[in-house]
Design a protein around this ligand. Structure first.
Ligand code: HEC
Ligand code: HEC
Ligand code: HEC
Ligand code: HEC
Ligand code: HEC
Ligand code: HEC
Length: 465
């Protein structure tokens, strides 16, 4: 009897284990299949609408090959070069700049008129040509540069280039965003699927363990109960020496952390607030090599460096409405659309309308968030350090030309100032004021090199009012 029951149970258990296993396999397969499918499909979707790189490659490839429908016998490739060197500063193909958009302009005017216009537009306007006068008044009476040096063949080439059909782009904007979002979504999906598979595996293990126990019980195997050992904690509590040592260690550790915490109060190293316009020092000072002092012009001559006014930005940005990122850098932090939208914020703030190329008069100042801020009782002067001492901006502000987001690089503590004054030699050469004092002081201190500290830069009164 017992044998029969035992056998039946065994069989029963056997089937239930295999059932569970089969079920789990099925579940894990159904969840893992879509995750693999996702993986395979994502590169597919990336190539299909050709966002990102593909779109930027397509137009240039097309530029070389596409035939000019109405540009006549011109060579579009040569035309592109001529356009970029002579016309691109005022014209774009598909958007207004200083002058109107030029795509398809060859169809608007007679070819002979075009030669005259490009050779010398103001002469044509003066001659009273109605077409020319109309253009001129429509464009705020801005005079176009004369190009007498361009031959008619050159102009044909340029017009061949401007007559090229705009490259068909399915998702011109948001393409990159979609790409980023797509791969991000598929990543989270894969991760989710993997997590599910893990959970299923754990459930499987628990179930297998349970059934195995049942089988063992049915087989009459007895589990040894855990032997009740002496509690470690009780032993510990009884040992007074150990308790004392831990108490002391705990006290030391907590006071150490408390001290560290107190010392960093008011120290804002690495503070990097979000600014109203995402302004990248990497793109401006790094990739485009703009000198710090072009924008922070006050650093040389005054106590404060200051933040440039928006007029300074507009010196360049009247003509840079769009982020193209044509420097060799890789822009991984944000998409081109994001950067272009940030430039638009600058236009909104200054009231610049890029389609009419005029100020509307509606301005809304940008409130930059101040990052560096010494307490009021400290005196710090930029010109003293930048012009007199010749200290590089980077010595105190770090490799700013690599910062996508500006941050406070140095601690700006008193120790930081004083240490540098002890270590930095005063630049004496070429400084008439110092050369005289230097020889006297050098005698006094008995050494050739003088540090800022020797000059009195560690006296409290120099930095504290
Ligand atoms: C200094 C800026 C400037 C440069 C450089 C310039 N243009 Fe212009 N262009 C203008 C302006 C402004 C107008 C609008 C008419 C006006 O105000 O005189 C214009 C108008 C035109 C027009 C007529 C557009 C229309 O919609 O009818 C053509 C064609 C043209 N430019 C071609 C060229 C070519 C080709 C070059 C390069 C060889 C060039 N321009 C360089 C400023 C410029
Ligand atoms: C094209 C103009 C421009 C150039 C060039 C430029 N900056 Fe700036 N800088 C700004 C603007 C705008 C801000 C305010 C926005 C921000 O903090 O990112 C700023 C902020 C800063 C700040 C923080 C100011 C604060 O609030 O405490 C420092 C420091 C700084 N710049 C240093 C530099 C150095 C060093 C260089 C050269 C490597 C440089 N900048 C080049 C425009 C410029
Ligand atoms: C000396 C010329 C110059 C000045 C001055 C200048 N920019 Fe730019 N700016 C550029 C160039 C070049 C680019 C990159 C364009 C590209 O790669 O297509 C750029 C890109 C940008 C971008 C997009 C990238 C980013 O940093 O987020 C913004 C926003 C921007 N500028 C804002 C400003 C502001 C605000 C100021 C004034 C504080 C300013 N710019 C001053 C030349 C300048
Ligand atoms: C000796 C260190 C040192 C050098 C060199 C230095 N700075 Fe500063 N910078 C500071 C300190 C400290 C502050 C904070 C000043 C304050 O809060 O009063 C500061 C603040 C700034 C600010 C915020 C606005 C302001 O004036 O308070 C800008 C912008 C700035 N520096 C740019 C520059 C540029 C650009 C250069 C190079 C031409 C430069 N700094 C060189 C230490 C330095
Ligand atoms: C990178 C090194 C460096 C740092 C950091 C630095 N300084 Fe200086 N500082 C100098 C040098 C070098 C001189 C001497 C300039 C000269 O030739 O007069 C100087 C001079 C001075 C002077 C004039 C001293 C005199 O004898 O007239 C004052 C005040 C001063 N620094 C304040 C500060 C304060 C405040 C800080 C911190 C917020 C600071 N400095 C951080 C290098 C530094
Ligand atoms: C080279 C410039 C410099 C000199 C010299 C200097 N200090 Fe300071 N001191 C600072 C700066 C910068 C701070 C602000 C530090 C901060 O905000 O963390 C400061 C802060 C302080 C504070 C406030 C406590 C703190 O750490 O924030 C006291 C008190 C002080 N200094 C006393 C002195 C005395 C006393 C002397 C003369 C022995 C002296 N300082 C010389 C730059 C200097």
């Amino acid at each position: 009897m017992s044998i029969i029951i035992f056998n039946m149970k065994k069989v029963g258990n056997h089937t239930s284990i295999s059932r569970i296993l089969l079920f789990c396999l099925a579940v894990s397969l159904t969840f893992s299949l879509p995750s693999f499918a996702q993986e395979k499909s994502s590169p597919g979707t990336m190539t299909a609408p050709a966002p990102g790189d593909a779109t930027t490659v397509a137009p240039t490839a097309g530029a070389e090959t596409a035939a000019a429908p109405s540009g006549g016998a011109g060579d579009a490739a040569k035309g592109k070069e001529l356009f970029n060197t002579n016309c691109a500063s005022c014209h774009k193909l598909d958007a207004r700049s200083t002058g109107p958009a030029l795509r398809g302009v060859a169809d608007k005017h007679d070819r002979q008129w075009m030669y005259k216009w490009i050779h010398n537009s103001s002469e044509l306007i003066k001659s009273g040509d109605p077409e020319a006068v109309k253009l001129f008044t429509e464009n705020n009476n801005v005079t176009m540069t004369a190009f007498p040096q361009l031959s008619e063949a050159d102009i044909d080439n340029i017009l061949a280039y401007t007559s090229e059909v705009a490259p068909k782009v399915e998702t011109p904007t948001g393409g990159q965003v979609a790409q980023g979002g797509g791969s991000g979504a598929s990543e989270t999906l894969i991760l989710g699927a993997l997590a599910l598979v893990l959970v299923v595996l754990i459930v499987m293990l628990v179930l297998v363990n349970k059934t195995l126990r049942k089988v063992a019980a049915a087989n009459g195997v007895v589990y040894p109960e855990k032997a009740p050992g002496i509690s470690v904690w009780k032993a510990y509590a009884k040992n007074q020496f150990l308790v004392l040592v831990t108490a002391i260690l705990l006290l030391l550790a907590s006071s150490y952390f408390l001290y560290g915490w107190l010392m960093q109060v008011g120290v804002d190293q690495d503070y990097a607030p979000v600014q109203p316009i995402h302004f990248s020092h990497k793109i401006h000072a790094g990739d485009n090599g703009i000198d710090c002092k072009y924008c922070h012009s006050a650093a040389r001559v005054s106590k404060n460096s200051g933040i440039p006014s928006l007029n300074v930005c507009m010196n360049c940005h009247k003509n840079i409405a769009e982020f193209t990122g044509d420097k060799d850098s890789v822009y991984v932090d944000h998409s081109k659309e994001f950067y272009t939208a940030e430039i638009q914020k600058l236009y909104n703030a200054t009231g610049w309308d890029k389609t009419t190329q005029k100020y509307t008069g509606k301005t809304s100042p940008v409130k930059w968030v101040r990052i560096h801020n010494l307490p009021d009782f400290v005196y710090f002067n930029h010109s003293q350090h930048v012009s007199v001492a010749g200290v590089e901006c980077q010595k105190c502000h770090g490799p700013v030309e690599t910062f996508e987001v500006m941050k406070q690089f140095s601690p700006l503590t008193m120790g930081w100032c004083v240490n540098c004054h002890r270590e930095t030699d005063v630049k004496v050469e070429g400084n008439a004021y110092y050369e005289k004092i230097h020889s006297e002081l050098a005698k006094k201190f008995g050494k050739q090199k003088l540090t800022a500290a020797d000059m009195g830069a560690t006296e409290c009164g120099k930095c504290h009012y």
